[in-house]
Design a protein around this ligand. Sequence first.
Ligand SMILES: [Ca+2]
Ligand SMILES: [Ca+2]
Ligand SMILES: [Ca+2]
Ligand SMILES: [Ca+2]
Length: 256
Amino acid sequence: MNRWKAMATIVLAGTLGLTAGTDANADCTGNCAGWEAVGEYNGTANDLPKTVPEGIKFRQALAQHAPSWIEDFAWTDNNAWERDFKDPTNGGTDSSWVDDVDLTLFAGHGTQDGVWFGVNQSDRLFRWSDADLGNKDLEWLILDACLVLSDNAGKWDRWGWPVFDGLHYIFSYDTITKDVDTRGRDFVKYAAKYDWRVRDAWIKATILSESDTRAAYMRADDGSSNTFDDHLWGHGYVSPDPDNPTTLYYMSWSTD
Ligand SMILES: [Ca+2]
Ligand SMILES: [Ca+2]
Ligand SMILES: [Ca+2]
Ligand SMILES: [Ca+2]
């Protein structure tokens, strides 16, 4: 369905007594997840046929293993937009989408500076300087894409200090990674079916999916948080939000 048609349907519901407004997407209440997957790059990069299937498997795993969770949004290909990840202070709408939920998965192309979309909405690169995450809600962001968490000296000032604003974790890759459709599913499986810590679930999901790459995460803590021991909501301890991070942690590992 065309994205604008989808939003028009929601606005129409407002005339039936639900809340209608300029922002058709109401705040998500409860345990909320969303995902965006770009398989079609419209000639700007090679297409990635496994990304949309990854999102669908992520959806199915949530339904199967984490039934208390709601899928708040799922945008694919030309309906997946950079502005959904960008903070309103930078001209984006993340407080209605990516930062309005607890867990977001992105699958597509990446570099150490950001992740790529197939259309200009409002541009094609969600760059670290576009981001301010957790000031609305988001706890966990999976950027299943190459190189976002490249292990070099600049990493703290890219995806670290300027980005973590209540956010607990970014899960991604140090190196390139392959187009694989299982990682979102396996993350949910280990975090929800087996109640593992989220860090352990991402490590497991990456090791299961391929070899010869290095996956990574970055997380934040302040004086009262303990994100190391985070689980998904409903599946164990969840740390208070590190709203003013005092320490950032980085880990990468071989997927051999
Ligand atoms: Ca939350
Ligand atoms: Ca951008
Ligand atoms: Ca935000
Ligand atoms: Ca939060």
